[in-house]
Design a protein around this ligand. Structure first.
Ligand code: ATP
Length: 465
């Protein structure tokens, strides 16, 4: 993005003084030229971003770190530019903060290339849709909610239903098979998870192709609000300048919306529905619209989405949902039954699940699996009240198939080895389809349902291969 000429730049490097501090909001008076919206300011080591212009000489800013030590009358200098982050190969293998500074204890980055984090999305005519599927090796996802290469996938779920484990498994299964770079952006989650992930990436030998960016829950709302944009700026550079495919993983996009609400509240704006910021839709679009594929390269993104109080009608969840091409819904009921990954087969969906993209066989099997599980869902009440004996033979066969399908769609994860003690299994789409087909084709089973629980491919299918 072209921003401004050098002449204006120098005139913008003005000095101002702090006139008011309220929470993370700081007002600064500039006697000369006032900085522009989204410019970065320095008050010693503290950095601020201009959020609004109060009048001709005063700007209202959001602090990007705790305001400890800042006082009224303190000196503030304008940087003359928005926040800029380093881009290019130098960031690979590193763990960085919002400003692109290393937080992995390593040396400073050696790169001259920097880009402002606020950029418009590519024009419509440059965007492309590829219509290809990214194989994840996770049965429930590949079968029912295939991930679009170059598209956006959301993993929705309430607290503790397995979003982070699932996204870690996706990293495990796709990063090493992905030709291109992977970018992980941690927004507003626990720092402990970040540290574990960093170690796992090194163990898996994929760290050199990966960048990790964090603005975690202990950081200022402004940081959590902006870190996603910093990650995207790096992703865009890989896509546009280095023409590489990028896998962008975000945990958790809800925290971006939440940070936006906090910032909005700090600035004194009136909240809108359910306490969210009135600008929820535009803020989210300013992030999501940049996650797109162009002729230069694809950005495939997988985003974990926390659903507050398991309420899928929550405005944040609804708005995020509208940007996605595939949504994987994790259900508490399944998690409580130990059916991990707790993917809800009836609520999860993907625009990729059409005969034209995945093929007629895959499409038919997925439909048959859904239909069987939906029929079982309807029979559950009857079973609860009257018992299995009252069901017709045909209904009993549906139940037998459905319960085996449910268990077959569970899977031991590499990312869960530490607490499940079962080695992880990657399963090809072909094995998943063959397994489901084998179950759907039968109406009588003499094996136990548990034979299908937490396995990879079906043994029959495995030996046939
Ligand atoms: N695939 C799995 N296999 C076995 N256990 C799992 C699996 N997924 C999740 N769990 C169990 O659920 C717990 C919570 O998972 P996770 O941390 O991924 O949830 P989350 O949805 O990210 O939660 P939060 O919203 O708190 O971040 C795990 O610690 C683990 O005990």
């Amino acid at each position: 993005m072209t921003r401004r000429g050098d002449a204006t730049l120098s005139s913008q490097r003005a000095t101002g003084t702090v006139t008011r501090i309220r929470g993370d909001v700081v007002d600064v008076r500039f006697p000369g030229a006032v900085p522009r919206i989204q410019d970065m300011l320095h008050a010693g080591a503290l950095r601020l971003e201009v959020a609004s212009l109060l009048n001709q000489d005063t700007v209202r800013c959001i602090a990007l770190a705790p305001v400890r030590g800042l006082g009224l009358g303190g000196e503030v200098t304008a940087s003359g530019a928005p926040i800029e982050v380093p881009v290019g190969e130098a960031v690979l293998g590193r763990m960085l903060n919002l400003f692109g500074e290393p937080i992995d204890g390593g040396p400073a980055l050696q790169t001259g290339q920097r880009r402002p984090i606020h950029r418009p999305p590519p024009p419509l005519e440059e965007r492309v849709v590829r219509g290809a599927v990214l194989e994840t090796g996770i049965k429930a996802l590949d079968l029912l909610s295939p991930i679009e290469r170059g598209g956006k996938t959301g993993l929705f779920g309430g607290a503790g239903v397995g979003k982070t484990v699932l996204i870690n498994e996706l990293i495990h299964n796709t990063v090493s098979h992905h030709h291109g770079v992977s970018l992980f952006c941690g927004i507003g989650e626990r720092s402990r998870e970040a540290e574990e992930l960093y170690r796992e990436m090194a163990e898996a030998g994929v760290r050199d192709q990966t960048v990790m960016l964090f603005g975690q829950m202990n950081e200022a709302p402004g940081v959590r609000f902006l870190v996603g944009k910093a990650a995207l700026t790096m992703a865009e550079y890989f896509r546009d300048e280095l023409r590489q495919d990028v896998l962008l993983l975000m945990d958790n996009v809800f925290r971006f919306v939440q940070a936006g609400a906090e910032v909005s509240g700090l600035l004194g704006r009136m909240p809108s529905r359910v306490g969210y910021q009135p600008t929820l839709a535009t803020e989210l679009a300013s992030l999501q619209e940049r996650i797109t594929s162009t002729r230069n390269g694809a950005i495939t993104s997988v985003q974990a989405v926390y659903v507050p109080a398991d309420d899928f009608t929550d405005p944040a969840a609804v708005h995020i949902f509208s940007h996605l091409s595939a949504s994987v819904v994790l259900s508490r009921k399944r998690a409580s039954e130990g059916l991990y990954p707790a993917v809800d087969p009836l609520a999860s969906s993907s625009v990729m699940l059409t005969p034209a993209v995945v093929g007629q066989r895959h499409y038919d099997i997925a439909r048959a699996v859904r239909r069987t599980l939906a029929e079982y869902e309807e029979l559950r009440d009857i079973i609860a009240m009257l018992g299995m004996e009252e069901l017709s033979a045909a209904d009993r066969a549906v139940v037998a198939r459905a319960r085996r399908l449910e268990r077959f769609l569970t899977q031991p994860f590499h990312a869960a080895e530490s607490f499940s003690a079962t080695p992880g299994h990657r399963v090809s789409i072909e094995q998943t389809l063959a397994g489901c087909e084998a179950i759907l084709d039968r109406s009588h089973f003499d094996d136990s349902e548990m034979d299908y629980y937490m396995i990879g491919a079906l043994p029959l299918v495995r030996s046939a291969a």
